[in-house]
Design a protein around this ligand. Structure first.
Ligand SMILES: Nc1ncnc2c1ncn2[C@@H]1O[C@H](COP(=O)(O)OP(=O)(O)OP(=O)(O)O)[C@@H](O)[C@H]1O
Length: 264
């Protein structure tokens, strides 16, 4: 456990995520069987487990793209059904590409992260500053005019993270941010997370293994077959105990789309 005292926790703020007894099904098959998951203000929580244990499905229930069959979800103290403040949540989904065949520049993609703030009005000065800061945070300021399709998988991942950061989220959710990412980008990601935590953000990370992010993690929740089998101190860095499978993907799936916000 780190010695940090998160600002939001000190202020007695509501938990960004309180998921209780979550049951969810995909394609008619039950994949979550009563998952409890809490992310407290300023906390960095890693969601771990073998392939198919339900990690992605859990974060999808949190962002509203997979419905709950049973259980409850509160976001920042508000029942999910009444939650509207989606700009407080930045979500980087698993294995997506920033390109998706769209001839957009890096800056244009990152600017879409401000959509929920400026809606369809032109970007204001604060929006532009947030976009530039997010580009700088992930080390992509010098590529801002380049087409995202011309970037490597790791660079595209950085762009998606910048897009999530641009909204100034209070909760950052990233699904396997290290998958298929080169070492340089991994370092950038770790530095970015450190800065986000320092400014008071809470973070929920789906990880296959803790790796270089281990020092940042306050708590680990380990899933097995749609159930929580551990909720407590993170295990030592390396593959998660009990893992039977390894990820083989090294690049984002081609043609995948960017998904954010409530998608019910
Ligand atoms: N669209 C779908 N239809 C039916 N079953 C699905 C669908 N998507 C995922 N599943 C199944 O749901 C289970 C949980 O998947 P999920 O993606 O949440 O696991 P995960 O822990 O994130 O795995 P990974 O580490 O491989 O990403 C798996 O058994 C998976 O095969």
């Amino acid at each position: 456990m780190s010695a940090r005292i998160p600002a939001q926790r000190a202020a007695g703020a509501a938990d960004p995520v309180r998921l209780r007894g979550a049951v969810a099904a995909l394609g008619g098959r039950t994949v979550l069987r009563g998952v409890d998951l809490t992310v407290r203000p300023g906390e960095v929580v890693a969601l771990l487990g073998a392939n198919g244990s339900g990690k992605s499905t859990t974060v999808k229930t949190v962002v509203g793209s997979v419905p709950l069959r049973a259980g409850t979800l509160e976001l920042f103290g508000t029942p999910a059904a009444r939650f509207r403040d989606w700009r407080r949540i930045g979500y980087v989904p698993q294995r997506t590409t920033a390109a998706a065949g769209v001839p957009a520049s890096v800056r244009e993609v990152v600017a879409t992260g401000r959509l929920s703030r400026h809606r369809l009005r032109p970007l204001r000065r604060a929006d532009k500053a947030a976009v530039e800061a997010a580009l700088a945070a992930v080390g992509m300021a010098d590529r801002a005019r380049d087409g995202v399709a011309d970037l490597s998988g790791g660079q595209q991942q950085r762009v998606l993270i910048a897009r999530a950061l641009a909204g100034g989220p209070d909760l950052l959710i990233m699904d396997e941010p290290m998958a298929g990412v080169d070492l340089a980008s991994q370092r950038v990601l770790a530095d970015t997370l450190r800065a986000e935590v320092a400014r008071g953000a809470s973070v929920l990370l789906v990880l296959h293994e803790l790796g270089p992010l281990q020092p940042l993690i306050d708590r680990a929740v380990v899933l097995r077959d749609g159930r929580v089998v551990h909720d407590g101190p993170p295990p030592a860095a390396g593959p998660v105990a009990g893992e039977e499978h390894c990820h083989t993907e090294t690049e984002p799936a081609p043609g995948a789309t960017i998904v954010t916000g409530p998608l019910t």
